[in-house]
Design a protein around this ligand. Structure first.
Ligand SMILES: C[S@@+](CC[C@H](N)C(=O)[O-])C[C@H]1O[C@@H](n2cnc3c(N)ncnc32)[C@H](O)[C@@H]1O
Length: 234
C-alpha cells in the first residue's frame, strides 16, 4: 500500500484488470459510475464535458474509429450515427460483456483485446483507423508497455490519424498508487499519474505534426496533486 512520488515503479496489470472486473460486477448508481468512479450526476457531467471537447476538435463524419480501453462503451452513443464504424477494445472481459449487452449498432463492435497486444488481423473491424480514442487508460499501463501501445497505434492508425487522449496527470511530480486502499472506491487501487511532460515525451513515438492540450473537468475534480488534460494529436 503506497503513494510513490517521482519513482518509476511498475504496477501490476493483472491487479488493474481484477479491479475493473470487480467494478463491472458491483451494484453502482449508474453504468457511467463503473468507469468514471463518481456519483451519477458528476459522472454524467464529466461524460458530457468530455464528449463536447472531442467534438469541438474532431470531426468524425465517415471516419473509422478505434477506442483503446473502451470500458462499457460509453463513447458509442455520441459516435455511432456520425462515424463509418467504431471498434472498441478492452482487456477486461466483464467490461466488454456490458458493452455487448447494452449496445447494439451494426457499425459498432466490441472485442476483448489488450492495448499492449493489438492483433490487427483479429480485429472485428479491419484497420486502418482514422481516429483513435483513449480516455483514462494510459494511467494503468507501465512505461515499457506504453511504448508498445504507441507502436500498436502506429500500426493500426491511418497515415492521417487523429488521436483524442484524456488522462489524469500529476500537477508536479509523477505519482504512483501501488496497492493503495481507496476509501472512495472501496478497493486497492493501482494507477500512475504521469506529468504532462512525460506524456508529451511518450507521444513523440507517434511522429505527430501537431499536438494540442487543454485542461478538462476543472470544476468537477478537486485534487490538489492531480488534474485532467486532454490531448489532440495529429
Ligand atoms: C477508467 S476505465 C475507462 C473506460 C473508457 N475509456 C471510458 O472512458 O469510459 C479504464 C479502462 O481501461 C481498461 N484497460 C486498462 N489497461 C488496459 C490494457 N492494457 N488494455 C486494454 N484495456 C485496458 C480497463 O479494463 C478499463 O475498462
Amino acid at each position: 500500500m503506497a503513494r510513490l512520488y517521482g519513482e518509476h515503479e511498475d504496477i501490476n496489470s493483472n491487479k488493474v484488470k481484477g479491479f475493473f472486473s470487480d467494478r463491472a460486477n458491483r451494484e453502482l448508481e449508474s453504468d457511467l459510475s463503473i468507469v468514471l468512479f463518481q456519483d451519477k450526476e458528476t459522472s454524467e457531467k464529466r461524460h458530457i464535458e468530455e464528449k463536447n471537447a472531442f467534438h469541438e476538435h474532431i470531426d468524425c463524419s465517415g471516419k473509422k474509429i478505434l477506442e483503446i480501453g473502451c470500458g462499457i462503451g460509453r463513447w458509442v452513443e455520441t459516435l455511432h450515427d456520425k462515424c463509418e464504424s467504431y471498434m472498441g477494445i478492452d482487456y477486461t472481459e466483464d467490461m466488454i460483456d456490458i458493452a455487448n449487452e447494452t449496445i447494439d449498432y451494426d457499425n459498432c463492435k466490441f472485442q476483448v483485446m489488450s492495448a499492449t497486444d493489438i492483433c490487427e488481423n483479429e480485429l472485428l473491424i479491419e484497420p486502418p483507423f482514422d481516429i483513435i480514442i483513449i480516455s483514462g487508460v494510459l494511467m494503468y499501463i507501465n512505461d515499457d508497455d506504453l511504448i508498445k501501445v504507441m507502436e500498436n497505434i502506429n500500426r493500426v492508425g491511418s497515415e492521417n490519424k487523429k488521436l483524442f487522449i484524456m488522462e489524469p496527470i500529476s500537477r508536479e511530480t509523477r505519482l504512483t498508487l501501488k496497492d493503495f486502499y481507496s476509501e472512495g472506491l472501496d478497493a486497492d487501487y493501482n494507477a500512475i499519474y504521469r506529468t504532462e511532460d512525460e506524456y508529451v515525451e511518450c507521444f513523440k513515438n507517434l511522429n505527430y505534426n501537431k499536438l494540442f492540450s487543454d485542461y478538462i473537468f476543472e470544476d468537477i475534480s478537486h485534487h490538489s496533486e492531480t488534474t485532467n488534460k486532454f490531448f489532440i494529436i495529429e
